[in-house]
Design a protein around this ligand. Structure first.
Ligand code: G6P
Length: 483
């Protein structure tokens, strides 16, 4: 771990920063911690290195702080942050147009191919995507200067062009890029026009090290590189020879901070949320899901699977309540809104069909409420994590750490987390609704000794991969070899 004596300076670039400022209901500005595991995982890397986090300004309040760096405390860590204020139409093309409507869809295989995608205005949005990537590159190059000791850690699908741009600006820089999401195989990736594929692959190959969450995504990336003229791919060694450099393709599964999570779960709001959830359950057992309301999470098929279970096994009615704890995500985009509405509609229909006095089969909520998510983790009997495709999925790691009921994890074979946790979970094919219904039944009926054994196995697997390891391993690999 880089300490104060470490000459390295770490610069992080991601679209969403570690913190965002929003105006609260009473009109004053409140700081909101960024979602996801990234903030926690990078804590050690920026602490004490004189490092800096560069991110997009997401709110008006962020925009007012843009351009200059400032220090901010997130939990126990002090970050230096610099926001980039991008003009709104450019940002919309970059974030909604390309990142969320195209790249998210291609890498999670989300298109309903007979109908979508229909690319219109793709080149225009791509120009905007490119100019935001340029803005990040300029800020990184400026902050990094010409010093050899700067390490650039570029994050995710929003910033795939940055490595090559930065390489041009700083030829000797040490750059890594990490994909938090899956990477499509060459057939699905070929849905994108060739120019976009080429620019994206060449963009990523500007890095020294390319990180992925799971072996399958790294393998897909390497297979895609085989289609890129001028690239020589060594699948076995995970190397791509590109423009006289070796680019290393590696797997760094991200983890969580179990201790930090336990501290958060001890807060009084969590106790309150827990009481409320127990009241709502009214003695029924709890099937739980915790997700952003978003297409890759496969929420709809999860609801249909629960319906299939209630239909095929009437004895389950009243025995179990499904708590679907969803937080709104990217609702500016029609596809995400439509999907969310479909999920809400399905839950209402199932509730009308099976609900009885004193028992509502599905309790679906749609709001940002972290305390309630933690309470749901503590109380689940069965945790349903059935994404269509997922880079890692941290719910599958967080839930077992906090659970107090020897709860069983149902996990998609297509989640990156399956590599580490699959042996202790009940596996599902996310497309198989009847199979998922059966898996819920199996999980509910599992004998107590087996439940305990599996929960122990899950916790051990999580603890075995300490959170610091993720960034340490990337920084170590940046020191190796080079050009
Ligand atoms: C995924 C991505 C992150 C992203 C997060 C939330 O985990 O890998 O880069 O920040 O989703 O999505 P949002 O669009 O709200 O930032």
């Amino acid at each position: 771990m880089p300490g104060t004596s470490d000459p390295r300076r770490v610069l992080i670039a991601s679209n969403r920063g570690p913190i965002s400022f929003v105006r609260g209901e009473e009109g004053h500005v409140v700081a909101k911690r960024g979602q996801g595991g990234l903030v926690t995982a990078l804590t050690g890397a920026v602490q004490g290195t004189g490092g800096l986090w560069i991110a997009s300004a997401m709110s008006e309040e962020d925009r007012s702080k843009a351009g200059k760096r400032f220090d901010v405390d997130v939990g126990a860590t002090r970050y230096s942050v610099r926001y980039l204020a991008i003009d709104p139409p450019t940002y919309a093309g970059f974030y909604d147009g390309i990142s969320n409507r195209v790249l998210w869809f291609v890498h999670h295989l989300l298109w309903d191919l007979p109908r979508a995608p229909i690319f219109r205005g793709l080149a225009r949005d791509w120009d905007r995507y490119r100019s935001v990537n340029q803005a990040f590159t300029r800020a990184l190059a400026e902050e990094g200067g010409t010093s050899d000791s700067t390490r650039y850690l570029v994050q995710d699908y929003h910033l795939t062009l940055v490595p090559a741009m930065l390489r041009r600006a700083r030829p000797n820089a040490r750059i890594s890029h990490f994909s938090h999401i899956p990477f499509a195989g060459p057939d699905y990736f070929a849905i994108l026009p060739e120019w976009a594929r080429q620019e994206m692959l060449a963009g990523l190959l500007g890095a020294d090290v390319l990180g992925f969450q799971a072996p399958a995504w790294a393998a897909n990336f390497l297979m895609c590189c085989r289609t890129l003229s001028g690239a020589k791919v060594d699948l076995r060694r995970g190397l791509v020879r590109w423009q006289d450099r070796d680019v290393r393709v590696r797997v760094y599964p991200i983890s969580i901070d179990p201790e930090g999570l336990r501290v958060e779960a001890a807060a009084p709001e969590v106790a309150r949320a827990r009481k409320e959830m127990l009241r709502i359950a009214g003695g029924a057992r709890l099937l739980v899901r915790v997700d952003r309301a978003e297409l890759s999470k496969n929420i709809l098929r999860g609801l249909l699977a629960f319906e299939a279970l209630l239909e095929s096994q009437p004895a389950r009615r009243r025995e179990v309540t499904f708590v679907a704890h969803l937080s709104p995500s990217r609702q500016r985009i029609r596809e995400y809104r439509d999907y969310t509405n479909e999920c809400v509609g399905a839950a209402e229909r199932i509730n009308r069909r099976f609900g009885r006095a004193g028992w509502t089969p599905i309790r679906l909520t749609m709001k940002d409420d972290y305390a309630r998510a933690l309470a749901a983790y503590q109380l689940y009997d069965v945790l349903l994590v059935n994404p269509v495709m997922d880079g890692m999925n941290l719910v599958a790691k967080e839930g077992p750490v906090l659970n107090e009921r020897d709860g069983v994890l149902i996990l998609s074979e297509t989640a990156g987390a399956f590599t580490e946790l699959g042996a202790h979970a009940v596996p599902v094919n996310p497309f198989d609704v009847e199979g998922t219904a059966r898996a819920i039944g199996v999980a509910l009926d599992m004998d107590p000794v087996e439940r305990q054994r599996r929960l122990r196995g899950l916790r051990t697997a999580v603890v075995r991969n300490p959170i610091e390891r993720w960034v340490e391993a990337q920084l170590e690999d940046l020191e190796v070899g080079g050009r």
